[in-house]
Design a protein around this ligand. Structure first.
Ligand SMILES: O=C(CO)[C@@H](O)[C@@H](O)COP(=O)(O)O
Length: 232
């Protein structure tokens, strides 16, 4: 048995959650799961439909994007995952989808405003949107540069990737991450729900106010404060 079997199983299980949660169509999207001690991650093979996946088909890649084990080509987004794992040492799972509402905000190049308590239960800021890539970066290694596009956005906006576990990539689609691949999938589902609610909020009232700071903090701390299930 491969010494990477545990992350192949974990990446497989997390990938299979995407169609179940309605976050992907056909072969859109991919999930990876990392083992920091081994310095590698397991990722979905490129272009393989979810119904044809198995743990054995996951591809093992190092944090420079080199394939270590696997017969299939890793996802075309592999280098973006590699850059984020290499530079953000507390994450062990990454998800990329083209879920409809989150992708629509990304294509519109807009951050998702924090309109309500559903959003504040999960994060205390707007969902950031990384500005579209400069032509000079597109001509280089596009997927590799996408990783830097995301990190630059966090640096410029003063965000901590351990607190804000999601981003919209302008003109492209969302990426989410977490301490585990399962948490990264959870974050993708939360993002899609928040993106849909924010879109509908603006349709109903295009002057809808942002949630008050006092309520943002209160709601976030209920779920993540020292007395919460997650905070303990
Ligand atoms: O971002 C994109 C396409 O824009 C890709 O994530 C998506 O089509 C999935 O590609 P892979 O099958 O993972 O190579």
């Amino acid at each position: 048995m491969s010494k990477y079997q545990h992350i192949k199983e974990s990446a497989y299980a997390a990938n299979m959650q995407l169609p179940k949660l309605g976050l992907v169509l056909f072969t859109f999207g991919n999930v990876s799961a990392a083992d920091r001690e081994l310095g590698v991650f397991a990722i979905k093979p490129s272009g393989v439909p979810y119904e044809d996946l198995s743990p054995e088909k996951m591809v093992i890649v190092d944090f420079d994007g080199n394939t270590i084990e696997g017969d299939l080509r890793p996802s075309s987004d592999t280098k973006t995952h590699a850059v984020l794992y290499k530079h953000w040492e507390h994450i062990n799972g990454i998800v990329h989808t083209h879920s409809t509402y989150a992708t629509s905000w990304a294509q519109s190049q807009r951050c998702i405003p924090i309109f309500g308590t559903t959003h504040a239960d999960h994060l205390t800021t707007d969902v950031p949107c990384a500005p579209p890539m400069h032509d000079s970066m597109i001509e280089g290694d596009y997927e590799y540069q996408t990783g830097f596009q995301i990190m630059d956005c966090f640096k410029e906006q003063g965000l901590d990737y351990r607190e804000v576990e999601m981003v919209l990539v302008g003109n492209h689609a969302p990426f989410t991450w977490g301490k585990t691949a399962e948490k990264a999938v959870y974050n993708s589902a939360v993002l899609e729900a928040v993106a849909q609610m924010a879109y509908l909020t603006e349709q109903i009232n295009n002057n809808a106010p942002r949630l008050k700071d006092s309520l943002i903090k209160k709601h976030f701390m209920r779920k993540h404060g020292p007395d919460s299930y997650y905070g303990q």
